[in-house]
Ligand binder design. Structure first.
Ligand code: NAP
Length: 242
């Protein structure tokens, strides 16, 4: 069975990525942190499209949980390789640096950057053995240009961009590609409080993006035909300068 793991698959971009990968024939492991009802909805959508998958609850920032839950699944499913990993789980907690609390820095860094490390380290071992893999990291415009009020988020995403480029060079020989996607403003819970009317003036395409537009790019990097593209960062931001 060909499997794909999507972290943060219960909502937003992660959900549409799950459905997209299911449409490509992958059995989808839908990771989430706590929102069981939304995760179940993702699984329903996968099944409605004729696909299949399962829920996998763990906090990507918690090394013990990741190795106990994901590690156990890997151990018990030796024949079912995870061919595609989408590191999508992420949070933001915006505040100017001078007022930022320890936990605001730690939580944001530990989720995006720590989560990338905790999950990828486990998955890449099997990919290396099977000599095939597609790793796609969802980063952000903030990680490319930095945004005020988001030093924590910009640092986390910038760190994942650098790690993407480094890992791509480590594993390229084994047919494993590692790429990143940097969305701008996408309509999800994360951007719910933002004023689209005001902000769209900054966007040449003049609107926020849809999660499906990000999933489309994930499918591109995930496809076997994209084997000669690695270490790249693709912006999906309606033409904002990045
Ligand atoms: P969202 O709607 O807020 O959904 C976040 C998802 O991440 C949920 O499934 C959530 O699970 C999961 N999650 C959060 N912390 C987690 C943890 N510690 N362990 C496991 N899962 C965790 O976010 P989104 O807008 O779809 O964003 C998805 C990714 O795209 C993030 O990395 C974000 O930084 C990035 N991004 C988004 C935008 C945008 O405009 N929306 C722009 C640039 C980049 P629960 O449902 O269980 O809470």
């Amino acid at each position: 069975m060909k499997c794909a793991l999507v972290t943060g698959g219960s909502r937003g971009i992660g959900r549409t990525v799950c459905v997209k990968l299911a449409g490509m024939g992958y059995y989808v492991l839908v990771n989430y942190k706590g929102n069981q009802a939304e995760a179940e909805k993702t699984l329903e959508l996968i099944k409605e499209k004729g696909g299949d998958g399962m829920l996998m609850k763990f906090d990507v920032s918690d090394r013990v949980q990741v190795s106990e839950i994901l590690g156990k699944w890997i151990e018990e499913n030796k024949d079912n390789t995870i061919e595609v990993l989408v590191n999508n789980a992420g949070i933001k907690d915006d505040v100017l640096l001078m007022w930022m609390k320890d936990e605001q820095w730690d939580n944001v860094l530990n989720t995006s950057l720590g989560g990338f490390f905790n999950v990828t380290r486990l998955i890449v071992q099997n990919m290396l053995m099977k000599r095939y893999g597609r790793i796609i990291n969802i980063v952000s415009l903030s990680g490319l240009k930095g945004l005020p009020g988001q030093t924590n988020y910009s640092a986390a995403k910038g760190g994942v961009i650098a790690a993407t480029k480094a890992l791509a060079q480590e594993v390229g020989k084994r047919n494993i590609t590692v790429n990143a996607i940097a969305p701008g403003f996408i309509k999800t819970d994360m951007t719910e409080g933002l004023d689209e009317k005001q902000l769209k003036m900054l966007i040449p395409v003049n609107r926020f993006g849809e999660p499906e537009e990000v999933a489309h790019a994930v499918a591109f990097f995930a496809s076997p035909e994209s084997g000669y593209i690695t270490g790249e960062v693709l912006s999906i931001n309606g033409g904002m300068y990045s």
